[in-house]
Design a protein around this ligand. Structure first.
Ligand code: SF4
Length: 482
């Protein structure tokens, strides 16, 4: 989807489109890039072919995500006007900037985190103007993500930002250079506090911190996103008010650790959740590291009226979790889930798991299967382990054969599909409150936007409103309601 009329011009870019790949945190960055470009006087273009500047906000979480980003760049290089600029930003640009510059001559600018998009593009942007109008120039078919991270604390890696008609040839590009700790410090100027337009949807992501202080064995995020840097409560609340959305989805690499880098006091997750919740109808939290899900946070989440718990579990086998350099085990996780269910019977749960981490045994896999059966989570993502250069796991012995990984994934996926369908069936006949995202599409507290299922509601219900509806049927992830 692109919007905003603007004729293409030669010279300095006057119009733009932004294509977004990857996780919700990348979408937030794209929203801010759009806000910055509009404030700089550029206009959203109708589509890629009409834009003076085509921006690709990339993802580099795993090999599949990198290849999707490269495919998108190549397809957009073909789809754009011949004299338009192609700018690549985001994680791939940050992490593999030199390799990309060498391998992709069709790219005019590689902009890592905090770098301006228009420099060196015959730019000279007009002076900044006041509050930007609502732009919608982001052509994004984003994917939910696999760990907060990217990070994916583990969600599916779906493609991506290129409209089908733009699909182009795939050219293999090697971006497997070893991960290095950034040679330069992580930029002080990052995307956290750039201007952001009012949300064009009834919900919006808000990033509350950047970076991560943990060292999970499979994850390269800290090596290029840097240590955790939390925004202040004031900055976050100002953005929440600016977005003017009914539902705010708080995201970060490690959400429950919010504020730890700033010391205690007001910069802690619980008072933040309370403050956001006092301003919007729905506050939803994504990516909770399980050790930080304490009673105070559980109470705060329940008090928002959105008892939705997105737990980044990754596995349940204690020895394997230690090899992942992560906390916990299946028994602790189950005890916590049961305690939450006692506290809030309507609570919905999502989690994600990595399958085939080095050293994963049949016994580990069986434990995970038993956990999935017992936990009866509403939503789960299972992701094949992907070796990332420079991570601890890349040094481990016991690589799991690809065919075995696929077999385990299929087994888990099949089991969870049945559980999810069963939990959706239980809602048939129930009255539920939905937020109408667009005509015909709503969500209860059980469905996070873009990640979980939806509720198909009567088209007469206006977008942005809340409505009570009765669930009449279920089909896989989605519900029908009247
Ligand atoms: S290091 Fe761990 S907690 Fe931090 S982003 Fe990576 S997976 Fe998430």
């Amino acid at each position: 989807m692109t919007t905003g009329p603007s004729a293409r011009t030669s010279g300095a870019p006057r119009s733009f489109v932004v294509h977004t790949l990857g996780c919700p945190k990348n979408q937030v960055d794209s929203d801010k890039l759009v806000g910055m470009l509009v404030a700089d006087g550029l206009s959203p273009a109708h589509d890629t072919a009409e834009a003076d500047m085509v921006v690709v906000n990339t993802c580099a979480f795993v090999e599949e995500a990198r290849q999707e980003s490269i495919d998108a760049i190549l397809a957009l290089a073909e789809a754009k006007a011949p004299d338009a600029s192609l700018v690549v930003t985001g994680c791939l640009a940050e992490r593999y900037g030199d390799e990309l510059a060498e391998a992709l001559p069709e790219v005019d600018r590689i902009a890592g985190f905090g770098m301006t998009l228009t420099a060196d593009l015959a730019a000279a942007a007009p002076s900044r103007r006041g509050a930007p109008p609502v732009p919608a120039a982001i052509s994004s078919r984003r994917s939910p993500d696999p760990d907060a991270v990217a990070a994916r604390h583990g969600r599916s890696a779906r493609p991506v930002a290129v409209e089908p008609r733009h699909a182009g040839p795939v050219r293999p590009v090697a971006v497997e250079a070893p991960i290095r700790r950034p040679a330069r410090p992580v930029p002080e100027f990052d995307l956290l506090n750039l201007p952001r337009p009012r949300s064009p949807r009834p919900w919006a992501y808000v990033k509350i911190a950047e970076g991560c202080d943990r060292a999970c064995g499979f994850c390269a995020i800290p090596s290029f996103r840097g240590p955790q840097r939390s925004r202040t409560v004031e900055q976050i609340l100002a953005e929440v008010e600016q977005l003017d959305a009914a539902e705010i989805v708080l995201v970060a690499q490690d959400l429950a650790s919010y504020g730890r880098d700033q010391g205690r006091g007001e910069r802690r997750i619980v008072p933040l959740v309370e403050a956001v919740s006092a301003r919007v109808s729905r506050t939803r939290l994504l990516y909770l590291y399980p050790s930080d899900l304490n009673d105070a946070l559980i109470d705060a989440i329940c008090a928002t009226g959105v008892p939705y718990f997105d737990l980044s579990l990754q596995h349940v086998s204690r020895p394997l979790l230690r090899r992942m350099r992560r906390w916990g085990d299946g028994e602790r996780f189950l005890a916590r889930i049961e305690a939450i269910r006692r506290r809030a019977p309507e609570a919905a749960f999502r989690s994600n798991f990595i399958v085939g981490y080095p050293g994963e045994t049949e016994d580990d896999h069986d434990r995970l299967l038993r956990f999935v059966e017992e936990a009866q989570l509403d939503w789960c993502g299972f992701f094949a382990y992907s070796e990332e250069a420079g991570t601890h796991s890349a040094t481990l012995a016991g690589k799991v054969d690809e065919a075995l990984r696929a077999e385990r994934l299929a087994e888990l996926g099949e089991m969870q599909d049945a559980i999810t369908a069963g939990r959706r069936d239980l809602l048939i006949g129930r009255r539920v409150e939905v937020l109408v995202d667009e005509p015909g599409v709503g969500r209860t507290h059980r469905e996070a936007p873009e990640i979980d299922g939806i509720v198909n509601v009567p088209t007469a219900l206006a977008a942005g409103t809340f409505a009570e509806v009765t669930v009449t049927a279920a089909a896989g992830c989605d519900l029908e309601a009247a």
